[in-house]
Ligand binder design. Structure first.
Ligand code: ARG
Length: 471
């Protein structure tokens, strides 16, 4: 909406409520309290809510059929003006609600002045924010699906690509790269579950609560809820206008998305560094240095990691905004919008950037394999092999440790020790030990549910493909 004409100069009096004021509000105070600069994003939701409210007022006989027709005609025109970027927003009219109402009255006269019967901006803004968020949650969920799909397709190409699995950032045991990628798909799936769950609580109707105590008109809230597609009513008028927990939950879910993206970003930064050399990112997602000609910097992952801080900050801002407020509505709540909007922009842009970047990741499988082989990562497999041959685990662990020490002194891999020498550590060792000492043997052996074996990863890829396609 940045293309809209600038807000008109401030006017002296605030017509919506200046009747009992002896002097006009100071110009600075008008600027300080106005929200139209950002709550314009709610305009279409505001119109949708007003249409449902007006239809309900007509149904219960508070508005005439003619008034309703005028309001519908006026709001349709306003929607067009907003969509075409022609609507003149006025800072003096404070917020999105008063701007639209004033324009409606300009267009249709008396009927415009009747629209606000039986409601308040307090229940109006809560309704608008819920309607808006409901639609945006669906967009975030779709963006999550886009990134999950990209990760699953990359995993499909690497079900058997061996890489080091780390604990404490030390090489621990070999894993498959596909398995590693699918770990993130699981995280994003839980993020999606959280959004789906939060959406149910977003999708309840506050309208009818009016300023705080309800209204004396014979309103039909169920009619409005049904018309707007809400799943239920906010059942207490004080709660309806005052709490923003639904927005906090949404931002919390987004903060977790950003934390998950940030972890992936951190890994990409590490993997891209020449010390690892596991992956290369497409040039269009990296930048050069103005001074060091050799550099190719992973700016997109770094920025995503950095932007997670913004969203976490917005979550803290909203929690703090809420914690000291007495019931019911307080103007503090006007501060809920910018954190929500910036969270949305940040999460949607970040998910899009990653969904587009992931398919272009080039993998250096040889570098991954070399790194996985460092530090005798199949020592556990040797111990497990001995246990399966009847050796008690403690003795098996000891024998494997001595074998590791011997290999380390030789500067070779466990699998490179000759059978005769391995047998010196335990007579239970036979020629089949080499099946488990290799990296391929180690990953293939972890074939239980949730394991890293290529066969299991391929199954998971198939499961995810079917699941994502079905959504
Ligand atoms: N702009 C306000 C907000 O965002 C709308 C509600 C204002 N209500 C009031 N009584 N001042 O919360």
């Amino acid at each position: 909406m940045s293309a809209d004409p600038p807000a008109s100069p401030l006017e002296k009096k605030h017509e919506a409520w200046s009747g009992r004021f002896a002097e006009p509000v100071a110009e600075f105070v008008l600027r300080y309290t106005a929200s139209v600069g950002f709550d314009r994003r709610l305009a279409l939701a505001d119109i949708e809510g007003s249409l449902a409210h007006a239809a309900m007022l007509a149904k219960v006989g508070v508005l005439s059929a003619q008034d309703l027709a005028d309001i519908e005609r006026g709001l349709a025109q306003i929607r067009g003006e907003i969509e075409r970027g022609e609507f003149r927003w006025s800072l003096a009219l404070e917020d999105v609600h008063l701007n639209i109402e004033r324009r409606l009255t300009e267009l249709v006269g008396e009927a415009g002045k009747r629209l606000h019967t039986g409601r308040s901006r307090n229940d109006q803004v809560a309704t608008d924010l819920r309607l808006y968020l409901r639609g945006e949650i669906d967009r975030v969920r779709q963006a999550l699906r886009g990134l999950q799909t990209a990760l699953v397709e990359l995993a499909a190409r690497h079900t058997a690509t061996i890489m080091p699995g780390f604990t404490h950032l030390q090489v621990a045991q070999p894993v498959t790269f596909g398995h590693h990628l699918l770990a993130y798909v699981e995280m994003f799936e839980r993020d999606d579950e959280r959004l789906r769950d939060a959406r149910r609580r977003v999708n309840r109707l506050p309208l009818g609560a009016a300023a705080l105590a309800g209204t004396s008109y014979p309103i039909d809230r169920d009619f409005v809820a049904q018309r707007l597609g809400f799943e239920g009513l906010c059942e207490n008028s004080l709660d309806a206008v005052s709490d923003r927990d639904f927005a906090i939950e949404f931002v919390a879910a987004c903060a977790l998305i950003m934390v998950h993206v940030s972890r992936l970003a951190e890994e990409l930064v590490l993997w891209m560094s020449p010390r690892f050399g596991f992956v290369r990112l497409p040039d269009r997602f990296t930048t050069g240095s103005s001074i060091m000609p050799q550099k190719k910097n992973p700016d997109v992952p770094e920025l995503a990691r950095g932007k997670s801080g913004r969203v976490i900050g917005h979550l803290v801002a909203l929690l703090t905004l809420m914690k000291g407020q007495p019931l019911a509505y307080n103007k503090d709540n006007q501060e809920d919008k910018e954190p929500v909007f910036d969270t949305l922009d940040t999460v949607l842009d970040t998910l899009r950037a990653f969904a587009e970047m992931v398919p272009g990741i080039e993998v250096d499988a040889a570098a991954m394999r070399r790194a996985a082989a460092e530090g005798h990562p199949t020592a556990t497999d040797l111990a497990d092999y001995l246990v399966k041959k009847g050796v008690p685990f403690r003795d098996a662990h000891e024998a494997a440790a001595r074998a590791v020490r011997c290999a380390a002194e030789r500067g070779c891999d466990l699998a490179e020790l000759p059978l005769a020498e391995l047998r010196a550590f335990s007579p239970a060792i036979d020629a089949d030990v080499f099946d488990v000492l290799t990296l391929e043997g180690a990953v293939a052996a972890r074939a239980h549910a949730g394991g890293t074996a290529p066969a299991r990863v391929a199954e998971q890829v198939a499961r995810w493909r079917a699941r994502l396609a079905a959504q």
